[in-house]
Design a protein around this ligand. Sequence first.
Ligand code: SF4
Length: 181
Amino acid sequence: MSKQPKKLRLATVWLGGCSGCHMSFLDLDELLIELLEKVDIVYGPLVDTKQFPEDVDICLVEGAVTNVENLELAREIRTNSKIVISFGDCAVTGNVTSMRNRIPVKDLLTAVYHEAQAPIGAESLKILPALLKKALPLHQAIKVDVYLPGCPPAPNRIATAVTALLNNQPVDLQPEMRTFG
Ligand code: SF4
């Protein structure tokens, strides 16, 4: 009986983003079934793992690095992953998440938690991780191996990139797959 090839370990991470990139990942539809024959999803919103694991082969990171928890997790991802993909415009450029960068953090928190028409409430501030001065694209926090732009990246882009990596090939996106927005 032939031995099954070892499955790769895939992680997906949701930092400062809207989860739209993960929704696009789910839009791989039946391709997901083929993918799951080749990979184990070992971390991310789709599985219930609390701690980022060791020995991850491919990690898709959605969202910008916007608070101290994101930064800590990004460093953990880099230490434990062979290939890190900057997944979507927020990870690649900061995009929507970085729109707050022109506003000093203190003013931003005052506006949202104290002065808004429906303020969220100052109590919440005690449990929130501290915001970084600016929301950073992923590559400004850790080394990135592959950039996958799009808001969100269309499923065919995700499929192209992941398939190439599964086949041990470099990711070479066609120009129409390298657009933003
Ligand atoms: Fe959401 Fe777009 Fe950012 Fe993805 S790139 S997290 S879809 S805003």
